[in-house]
Ligand binder design. Structure first.
Ligand code: PBG
Length: 357
């Protein structure tokens, strides 16, 4: 048998000099291999020792939908296992979440049509749904972190994240003025982190300055720094009835084709005072998570969004995949890519699975 050359040559570097890297049978049926990576996979004990990334309950933030009124939680068809909770039922859920050890929740409100307007003015109502919900959660489970969304789309009659002019253009600076009021009203209600998610320019700096001026220096900013114009948000927009009534979000959310632009957005948010930067969606953007992690010393969050969740749930319901294994593998892969924390609708299931294992 001729010596194997070519693609095996690189192994010469790490071979003991007296050993030739050739695939020569030793006669006893064994190959003369210097390196057998499988030695480190032989059993669970060695696999645990060499494991590089570990998913834990400490990595999770659970997004929750709250609606006005009472009654039963309303299931969200495209997100099995997720509901629009009336406040009293949300509080029951929140207690369980805290008991499971999940560090935080992300709150999203379902606003009734009659409270929406073209200015999104319900967003900074001190007695609005989000503000009331923050207060109620904080008096029940003060240590559970609350991340509140700062964007106008749940509140605007047209469904866009920004104010719109008469030609249908999304106005940047005027929108930021409203976001600032919204963030301060959430801080007044007791939120821990505001999470600007709309990709308007300059919002992080404006919000930081306003929070500080109002005395809320301890309220943090989780910036949706690299948020893409993605089809993966479909089920979420069903959940909130917040799909844009005209056009799309491509003049503010990023082009999925770009990654250097993500680093620019991250730099801008850091300069403006972000505490945590986020990449969204997660699954199709692992390379962006990886690059952002190498680019900054800030913690990096990833949002495992509604469409990612819906795909897994649909396949699992058909019996085509093993839901638990797929979810744990996917979220671990997000950590490997560089996420320090993950917003995921799987959080409660994952917390339970990790307790069991
Ligand atoms: C709105 C917002 C969206 C999501 C979080 N905040 C939707 C959008 O930008 O249209 C999506 C979350 C998900 O899909 O799970 N600013």
């Amino acid at each position: 048998m001729p010596p194997v050359t070519g693609r095996y040559d690189f192994l010469d570097y790490c071979s003991a000099p007296q050993r030739k890297v050739e695939m020569i049978p030793l006669g006893n049926g064994s190959m003369d291999l210097t390196h057998r990576p499988r030695r480190l996979r032989r059993n669970s004990a060695i696999r645990r020792l060499v494991q590089e990334h570990i998913l834990s309950v400490n990595d999770l933030i659970y997004p929750l939908f709250v609606r006005e009124g009472g009654g039963e939680p309303v299931p969200i068809a495209s997100m099995p296992g997720c509901f629009r909770y009336p406040l009293d039922r949300l509080l029951v859920e929140v207690k369980t979440i805290a008991e499971l050890g999940i560090p935080g929740i992300a709150l999203f409100p379902v606003i009734p049509e009659h409270k929406k307007d073209d200015q999104g003015s319900e967003s900074f109502n001190p007695d609005g749904l989000v503000q009331r919900t923050i207060k109620a959660i904080k008096s029940l489970v003060p240590d559970l972190l609350i991340f509140t969304d700062v964007a106008l789309d749940p509140f605007t009659s047209h469904g866009h994240d920004g104010l719109v002019d008469d030609q249908g253009r999304i106005l940047n600076d005027e929108t930021v003025d409203v976001l600032v009021k919204m963030a301060v009203s959430q801080a007044q209600a007791g939120t821990d982190f505001v999470a600007p998610s709309d990709m308007m320019d300059g919002r992080v700096g404006a919000i930081r300055a306003a929070l500080d001026a109002a005395g809320y220096t301890e309220v943090g900013i989780l910036a949706y720094s690299a948020k893409y114009a993605s089809a993966y948000y479909g089920p979420f927009r069903d959940a909130l009835d917040s799909a844009p009534k005209f056009g799309d979000k491509k003049t503010y959310q990023m082009d999925p084709a770009n990654s250097r632009e993500a680093l620019k957005e991250v730099d801008l948010d850091i300069q403006q005072g972000a505490d945590i930067v986020m990449v969204k969606p997660a699954l199709a953007y692992m390379d962006v998570i990886y690059q952002v992690k190498r680019h900054t010393n800030l913690p990096v969050a990833a949002y495992n969004v509604s469409g990612e969740y819906a795909m897994v749930k649909a396949a699992a319901q058909n019996g085509w995949i093993d839901e638990k294994k797929i979810v744990l593998e996917t979220l671990t892969a997000m950590k490997r890519a560089g996420a320090d924390m993950i917003l995921t609708y799987h959080a409660v299931d994952v917390a339970r699975w990790l307790q069991d294992s």
